[in-house]
Ligand binder design. Sequence first.
Ligand code: C5P
Length: 293
Amino acid sequence: MEGMTRKAPAKINLALDILGPRPDGYHEMRMVMQAVSLCDTVTLEEAEEGFFLHADGSFRPAGEKSLEQRAAEAFFQELGRPCPPLSVGLEKRIPAYAGLGGGSADVAALLRLLRRRYAPELPLETLERIGLTVGSDMPFCLRGGAALAEGRGEVLTDLPSLPPCWIVICKPDFDLPTGEMFARARGRIFQTRPDVDGMVDALRAGRLEGVTKRLCNVFEEVLPAEIREEIQGIKAAMGRCGALNAAMSGSGPAVFGIFSAAEEAAAAEETLRAWCGQAFLTRPIERPEDFTV
Ligand code: C5P
């Protein structure tokens, strides 16, 4: 089989609300998610034996099962046939453990490659169900574009993507594990909650400033004090660079700022890279129309 390749876009959370804990150990969420042009690249090839993950130039058989291997096995279980030997290549650009859905984006791209190669008729809903077995934001990563995400994150309502704008993403040089952030949020009463309905209406009406004035992420309230200061510092820097507004994405610590002017966004990327090490100039992307491939 020829190697097949697919882009795996990152996501940002324009709004993130936690409604409360659920009996299954997860939290009930209400989020507005947007796919962006910052992406990894995933390649799928058949191998001689086993399941190989190839990231950053080094082939390694996965010791503890990777999310990619678990997803591939769940995919072939759904088809009722054994998982063939596979080699999966990851060209990483999305920072990991950043709140940008990088890990899930790679698995989603792999599932779509598997579908293209082995089961082109498999419905999107089935792929989303398989995805959900490896992560709550997998269904969104499989769909892309923009969506209201409820439940664990898997109950999706498609929305129009952000109107044309520039998004600068800055990743400070520390990680925030998602599970720990949810543990900090457990039982918490948040002071400021996002106006999710207002944001949905603004996206439907194509009003950029209606969206940007409603950016809000309740995880920012549960950050440890010194980290909260750093996140606020990055948001303030985005504002000084001309951002309409800025917020943390997902469980952090990546922060994004939304700009209407390309020059200001490009200057902000440079300023923030000099300050924080990792900064990316991106754009919102539409839902891919090629779900058939
Ligand atoms: O689903 P995923 O594996 O990405 O979730 C990682 C962790 O985040 C879960 O183990 C859970 O602790 C927490 N989580 C949650 N509620 C959600 C999604 C994730 O509590 N809706």
